[in-house]
Design a protein around this ligand. Structure first.
Ligand code: ADP
Ligand code: GLC
Length: 477
């Protein structure tokens, strides 16, 4: 087996705040099928060492960015995990990036330390294991390729951008604390408008930059989506790849999911039972004639929650219902609560994070809503497809790349799997809902669409093969 070291701030089943964790957690198994042994390096937040069976200390430094750092080699399932235990940086409960008061003051150093150790391991190896590739994720992993470059180490590196809205930007006064070399502080490397940008450092240093859908790769080179880094990414266009995320079939399979009543494209009876159970669970009216829409999301401006009332009005006028599961910003939670008061018996909201409930929602829902302003890949529309819960999505990023929108052309070709809307505004979302409701009313056509969606193939195999081919091409360089 060839060897690759993955560096990230989250991974299922150890710690998750969003899709990054799903993807980082799924890649090792997917790549094993391609002949790559991927070891995962992540911070040892509280509880992580127990989950990986503690294991042995394979590396230590008494002064890792201000305190003792010890690297444990453990296992989760078949995957070898390197967990970096550094209590002064990671022994904080709850969200890995923030306390209830806001982002941690030392996030820059916290993740620089992770990247530093990854770069050391890539340089020296560990107990005879030395990676042939380093694969870093988002700004939290981005300094790993950067340190390697500044040290003159020639191990090939890949940086995957899951979301450019987060860049790890801090004041230049942190340069010393982050162990960044002052002579690389210029616009061609990690300087960004007078600050340090960890993500920019990684984009300029990595041998290849990937993002999680082909469409987002193109969007990132445009000012509307690039968040100030569009020029930097455009300059690297020849080394930028869009590789779609997959769905982990071990966790997401309607025929084999302990959280739900099982069903399949040919046996849809279970889906009707899940729908009924979901209405009950949210205390909604038991007879809902129109479609039952669901939304599972972080509640941030990215996700377009502010446009929901307009689309909900259309849905409810058509006799539908809506279930929402999410957590995040206060304004969005208020907006959602307000909807439940406005439409009692028809709109149900759960604020919080609940993995099992999310499964029941895709299984019981008819429509999954993803009205994102931008969406690098998006996973909930993929879960929706697989669970016969048809996506109504904005036509951006990975949403546009994975949903076949119902149009006269795709309907003539019997190919549609959902509805997309553009531009991303409340009017278009509402019109998309109107279209969806109309499709739902034609029961035969709808069922055919449900079956087709469930058969769409967004498993990991193709994407893992693409990553493997990329690794090989970098090694050959
Ligand atoms: P992002 O990573 O931007 O949040 P994705 O669609 O890629 O968006 O991934 C989100 C992941 O988090 C999905 O697995 C989704 O089901 C899950 N998720 C989001 N919010 C919740 C929640 N409140 N409860 C359970 N799962 C959630
Ligand atoms: C990010 C993106 C999301 C993507 C996920 C996993 O959080 O917002 O679109 O699916 O990363 O790559």
């Amino acid at each position: 087996m060839k060897r690759v070291l993955s560096v990230a701030s989250e991974a299922v089943p150890l710690i998750k705040t969003g899709g990054l964790a799903d993807v980082v957690g799924a890649l090792p198994a997917a790549l094993a099928g391609q002949g790559w042994e991927m070891r995962l390096m992540i911070p040892a937040y509280p509880g992580v060492l127990d989950k990986i069976g503690r294991g042995d200390v394979v590396w230590a430094d008494p002064n890792l960015f201000g305190g003792l750092g010890e690297l444990y080699l453990g296992k989760i399932g078949d995957v070898e995990v390197l967990a970096l235990d550094a209590p002064h940086l990671y022994d904080r409960p709850g969200n890995p990036y923030a306390s209830p008061l806001g982002d941690y003051w030392d996030n820059a150093e916290r993740f620089a330390a992770l990247c530093w150790v990854a770069a050391v391991i890539a340089t020296n190896g560990i107990e005879g294991w030395k990676p042939e590739i380093v694969h870093a994720h988002d700004w939290q992993g981005a300094l790993a390729p950067a340190y390697l470059k500044y040290w003159g180490n020639h191990v090939p590196t890949v940086l995957t951008i899951h979301n450019i809205a987060f860049q790890g930007r801090v004041g230049a006064d942190k340069m010393g604390a982050m162990r960044l070399p002052a002579d690389w502080f210029h616009p061609g490397e990690f300087e960004f408008y007078g600050d340090i940008s960890a993500l920019k450092a990684g984009i300029n240093a990595a041998w290849a930059v990937t993002t999680v859908s082909p469409r987002y790769a193109e969007e990132l080179m445009r000012p509307e989506f690039g968040e100030g880094l569009d020029g930097v990414i455009s300059q690297r266009a020849a080394s930028v790849y869009g590789i779609l995320n997959g769905v982990d079939g071990a966790l997401w399979d309607p025929e084999n999911d302990p959280a739900i009543e099982p069903f399949s494209p040919t046996k849809l009876a279970g889906k009707a039972k899940n729908r009924k159970a979901l209405l009950d669970e949210f205390n909604l009216d038991s007879e809902v004639e129109g479609p039952l829409a669901v939304l599972v999301s972080r509640l941030t401006p990215q996700k377009g929650i502010d446009m929901l009332p307009a689309a909900a009005e259309e849905l409810l006028a058509a006799g539908g219902a809506l279930c929402v599961l999410g957590s995040g910003e206060a304004w969005a939670e208020t907006l959602l609560r307000d909807l439940t008061f406005r439409y009692p018996g028809r709109v149900g909201v759960r604020l919080g994070y609940d993995e099992a409930l999310s499964h029941r929602m895709f299984a019981g829902g008819d429509i999954v809503l993803v009205p994102s302003r931008f969406e690098p890949c998006g996973l909930t529309q993929l879960y929706g497809l697989k669970y016969g819960c048809l996506p109504l999505v904005s036509a951006v990023g990975g949403l546009a790349d994975t949903v076949v929108p119902a149009t006269p052309a795709t309907e003539a070709a019997n190919a549609a799997t959902g509805v997309t809307f553009h531009p991303v505004d409340a009017l278009a979302f509402r019109q998309g809902m109107r279209h969806m409701v109309k499709l739902y009313a034609d029961r035969k056509r709808w069922t055919a669409m449900v079956r087709r969606a469930m058969k769409s193939d967004f498993g990991w195999e193709r994407s893992a093969a693409t990553y493997a081919a990329l690794y090989d091409s970098l090694i050959a360089k």
